[in-house]
Design a protein around this ligand. Structure first.
Ligand SMILES: [Zn+2]
Length: 148
């Protein structure tokens, strides 16, 4: 149900002008919402101030994540990326362990190596995203919600 931007009265479906005051009905722009994009939830100042911590989480993996928790614990933006980076790190560790454990098979280490490469790409994409001041949940690991 739409409401008039001028007088606030209800506007019937399909009407182009408000029946009450005659104001043209401006339909709300259809925003393309990316459910994984949380950029708008963060403060612009927070993003610019703590970008470097968010970046370090992706560059120094676990060490960077710890750095974020110690030096930027007041920053929701840094915390968001620390969490996402930690997910990438944990998935990488699990892949390494499984590959090592099944190294006597041919297929598991190969699949593991491919997965590690993909995770590396996901990490790089996340890094570039932080450079742009965005906060999107990286692909592949976005379905892992346990750490939220
Ligand atoms: Zn009106």
């Amino acid at each position: 149900m739409a409401f008039c931007s001028n007088c606030g009265k209800e506007i019937p479906e399909g009407a182009n002008v408000c029946p009450d005051c005659g104001t043209a009905v401006v339909s709300a722009p259809v925003a393309v919402v990316d459910p994984w994009d949380h950029t708008s939830e963060f403060d612009a100042k927070d993003i610019s101030d703590n970008k470097v911590y968010a970046l370090s989480a992706y560059v120094f993996s676990i060490l960077g994540v710890i750095l974020c928790h110690v030096l930027a614990k007041e920053s929701p933006y840094a915390q968001f990326h620390a969490r996402e980076a930690l997910k990438i790190d944990l998935v990488s560790i699990v892949v390494y362990l499984i590959s090592a454990f099944f190294c006597w098979t041919c297929i598991v280490p190969v699949v593991g190596a491919v997965l590690i490469l993909i995770l590396l790409v996901v990490n790089v994409i996340a890094f570039v995203q932080v450079c742009k001041g965005q906060a999107k949940e990286p692909w592949l690991i976005r379905s892992i919600g346990a750490l939220h």
